[in-house]
Design a protein around this ligand. Structure first.
Ligand code: OOG
Ligand code: NI
Length: 266
């Protein structure tokens, strides 16, 4: 496991921009070449013991992160937790896991078949959080997972890596509102996730979020190469709590819609 937070996030970012070429362009557009502060990074997994949320979280706890919130998404059959570092300029981390036992027997069998192929030693290796898939999956299996869960299909194709990075709008010198950020993105040809409206959340819940729709990438399945949605970029504006400190949590109703940024049919 990594012992240096910056080394972990540098490696995650390098992998992420390979999966998400548009992210490098967005960073150039919003940061004008200056460094961007990331609000958070997100990971996805299955709730099977060998690879569950806690297995991913161990890599963060080792770096001094602490768990600060948990969330449930009943319809999507997911649970999540978020983690914060004592140094508040380090990105927060959002990790979710799919409740595999709530799916059809066929989908459960497929997912267990993938996880069985993971070498347990790989899950504590330094690179695990950006190691991608540890299994073979064919395009028909991916399509079968898609019928029951966009999330399950995404994890089967991309595995362990940053699902998204998130620009902290609070730290962007040239933008005050999330609407201005969204407008700049649209003016430059980026497609936003409009599920439930382009802006998720409000000043009242102390967090506003938006995201691009995931890039499309050629993925080599066991049988053939297919172009599918990879990773997306998110934008977050946080508001102060009564004590004057910025809210650091997540908002389940908004997160529920952010998950849809990797949807295949939208
Ligand atoms: C996570 C979606 C939730 C947020 O900031 O609310 C989220 C995902 O798509 O894996 O990132
Ligand atoms: Ni997010």
């Amino acid at each position: 496991m990594h012992t240096d937070v910056n080394a972990l996030f540098d490696a995650l970012w390098q992998d992420y921009i390979e999966m998400t070429p548009s992210a490098a362009k967005v960073q150039q557009l919003l940061g004008k070449g200056e460094a961007i502060i990331n609000d958070h990074v997100a990971f996805r997994t299955f709730n099977i013991a060998k690879v569950n949320l806690d297995v991913l979280a161990k890599h963060l706890l080792e770096l001094g992160y602490v768990v600060c919130g948990d969330y449930a998404f009943e319809k999507k059959k997911l649970k999540a937790k978020h983690f914060e570092h004592p140094d508040s300029t380090q990105p927060k981390v959002f990790i979710s896991e799919l409740l595999v036992e709530e799916f059809s027997q066929e989908v459960q069998d497929i997912i267990h078949g993938l996880v069985e192929q993971v070498d347990e030693a790989a899950t504590t290796a330094e690179n695990f959080l950006y190691s991608g898939t540890h299994w073979k999956v064919d395009s028909a299996t991916y399509a079968r997972l898609l019928e029951e869960s966009e999330y399950a299909a995404w994890v089967s194709a991309f595995g362990y890596r940053a699902n998204h990075f998130t620009v902290s709008i609070n730290h962007l010198p040239d933008y005050e509102t999330i609407v201005e950020v969204n407008q700049a993105l649209k003016d430059n040809g980026f497609t936003l996730n409009s599920v439930g409206g382009e802006v998720k959340g409000s000043p009242e819940v102390l967090l506003e979020q938006s995201s691009t729709m995931a890039d499309k990438l050629n993925v080599e399945f066991a049988d053939k190469t297919v172009e599918i949605p990879s990773c997306f970029y998110e934008f977050a504006l946080r508001y102060p709590k009564a004590d004057g400190e910025l809210y650091t949590g997540f908002v389940a109703a908004s997160a529920d819609k952010i998950f849809e940024s990797t949807n295949v049919n939208s």
